[in-house]
Design a protein around this ligand. Structure first.
Ligand SMILES: Nc1ncnc2c1ncn2[C@@H]1O[C@H](COP(=O)(O)OP(=O)(O)OP(=O)(O)O)[C@@H](O)[C@H]1O
Ligand SMILES: Cc1ncsc1CCO
Ligand SMILES: [Mg+2]
Length: 268
């Protein structure tokens, strides 16, 4: 099952249209190539509608947003919606400034977003809870399962909250993924790339929760494998890209940790 999605991805080489931030553009393109997808960054209002139409997934990331870029994201998102192309929103830094928060909310208002992927602070602020966000990083501990469920219901969409433990939910079914490695927090854009990788899995798997949980687990196991070869951020980043490309499938099957919880239960 998991194997099939990755093989499908490598066979299909889906086109992933990213409107993303200036920090992570190169890393995101390399990471998408590594998993077998085909990245394109296209930001201009003049072309985003056309690009979104031919894409297999659209990823909207507000990391270094400008008003023009938010307008372009809405054009791209609407065009993707018309063409039945899945849309991922990465609400980078929501809660840090009012511009980020209001822009993300405007995108959610105007675009039918397939899944939101962010850290706990970003999702909490998006859902209207005032949690402190330090730039693009979360501070403190949050109850991610309950927060994800609340946000999924509020925005009537799927939510992935990532961190030490990752949670994916549509408001009813909940999954927890416990793969990953702390070195992922020492390389910029690992969350941003994960949002794009979720887009790539959505291009080959229609079930959103399956696509997202598989993508997050695959990504986390790749990080665990990379961390066995390097314990510093620079070499880890390179080894991680290699593992995304060449993850041993037997290791993935053995190390993948996805567990299911149900709505209303306090524990998984
Ligand atoms: N303490 C941790 N231990 C293991 N894995 C982690 C830890 N923190 C984050 N991760 C993993 O790192 C990846 C990125 O998630 P994170 O929540 O850090 O994104 P983010 O805050 O949006 O990052 P960025 O803004 O740098 O793109 C995910 O795969 C997540 O599972
Ligand atoms: C560091 C940083 N600042 C804006 S976007 C970004 C990339 C990771 O979120
Ligand atoms: Mg982020």
């Amino acid at each position: 099952m998991k194997l099939t999605q990755i093989q499908l991805l490598q066979e299909k080489q889906p086109l992933i249209h990213n409107i993303t931030n200036q920090v992570v553009m190169n890393f995101t393109a390399n990471g998408l190539y590594a998993i077998g997808a085909s990245p394109v960054m296209a930001h201009a209002k003049e072309e985003v509608e056309e690009m979104a139409q031919i894409a297999d997934a659209v990823v909207l990331n507000i990391g270094t947003l400008t008003q023009d870029q938010v307008d372009a994201m809405i054009l791209a998102g609407k065009s993707a919606n018309k063409a039945g192309v899945p849309v991922v929103l990465d609400p980078v830094g929501v809660g840090a400034t009012t511009f980020r928060t209001s822009s993300a909310l405007r995108i959610l208002d105007e675009v039918d977003v397939t899944i939101i992927r962010g850290n706990a602070g970003e999702v909490a602020n998006l859902a209207g809870m005032e949690v402190k966000v330090k730039g693009v990083d979360v501070t403190g501990d949050l109850q991610n399962e309950n927060l994800a469920t609340l946000a999924a219901k509020k925005f009537n969409t799927n939510i992935a909250i990532t961190g030490e433990v990752d949670v994916v939910t549509n408001g009813l079914s909940r999954y927890r993924i416990t793969n990953g490695h702390p070195l992922l927090t020492k390389v910029t854009g690992t969350g941003c790339l994960l949002s794009a990788v979720i887009g790539a899995f959505l291009a080959v798997e229609k079930d959103v929760l399956t696509a997202a949980t598989t993508a997050i687990s695959y990504y986390g196991v790749a990080a665990e494998e990379a961390a066995q070869q390097s314990n510093l951020p620079g070499s880890f980043q390179i080894n991680f890209l290699d593992q995304l490309n060449h993850l041993n499938m037997e290791a993935f099957e053995r190390k993948s940790r996805i567990s299911m919880g149900t709505f209303g239960s306090e524990h998984f």
